[in-house]
Design a binder for this molecule. Structure first.
Ligand SMILES: Cc1cc2nc3c(=O)[nH]c(=O)nc-3n(C[C@H](O)[C@H](O)[C@H](O)COP(=O)(O)OP(=O)(O)OC[C@H]3O[C@@H](n4cnc5c(N)ncnc54)[C@H](O)[C@@H]3O)c2cc1C
Length: 178
């Protein structure tokens, strides 16, 4: 790392002020935040970009369902976006924090936990944890749902699902919510 630092021109170096941060305010007026701008998480769980993309899908769905471009309707759509996303991002921040401790924690307890989890956690339990972590999969409201080919549960899609005018969702896609 030292060699990389030495080889980096000073003008290309920037300081990261916050390693993680969950902001409570995500919108104001006609401005709305997505991704790290509103919920920056430690990279240990590898889900920061995943959550940014989930924000975008949910925000696009809310925009699609908007009745008019009045400030009232814009605020209502931002509220719906926030309602669907805030608690999930908050959970993911906590999960990332726990993963960071598990991977890199230096207290004796964290070392013991790391040793036990990495050496003795059975595969079936690892799979169950992964399945639980990946059951939330927001999808675009006006496109057919991606066929569910796995074994794990998929949470129902939130918000209305409505095809684009002249574009019909196959019936089984609309029904396929679990
Ligand atoms: C080491 C590391 C490993 C990671 N691994 C994973 C992983 O495996 N999986 C995962 O899902 N996530 C991972 N992440 C997290 C992921 O990189 C971020 O969550 C994701 O990039 C956030 O996307 P974003 O678009 O919100 O923000 P950014 O990717 O930070 O994009 C913001 C953009 O805005 C630009 N910008 C800033 N200020 C201005 C300005 N004033 N004017 C114009 N442009 C501006 C920036 O240059 C940048 O290009 C990792 C992060 C790190 C640090």
């Amino acid at each position: 790392m030292g060699e990389i630092f030495d080889a980096t021109p000073p003008e290309r170096i920037s300081k990261v002020f916050l390693e993680e941060k969950l902001f409570k305010t995500w919108y104001y007026g006609r401005t709305v935040l997505i991704g790290d701008a509103c919920h920056k998480m430690l990279p240990a769980a590898g889900v920061g970009a995943v959550n940014a993309m989930q924000d975008v899908v949910v925000l696009a769905n809310c925009l699609y369902s908007m009745n008019s471009s009045t400030q009232e309707d814009i605020t209502a759509l931002f509220q719906e976006y926030y309602k669907q996303r805030f608690h999930r991002a908050a959970n993911e921040i906590e999960r990332s924090k726990a993963m960071a401790k598990m991977i890199a924690g230096q207290t004796w307890l964290e070392r013991v936990v790391r040793h036990v989890l990495l050496n003795y956690l059975p595969n079936w339990l690892q799979q169950q944890i992964s399945t639980k972590n990946f059951e939330y999969r927001p999808q675009i409201a006006w496109l057919p749902l991606v066929p569910h080919r796995g074994l794990g549960r998929v949470l129902p899609q939130e918000g209305p699902r409505r095809p684009r005018p002249g574009f019909h969702l196959p019936q089984q896609s609309i029904a396929q919510t679990v």
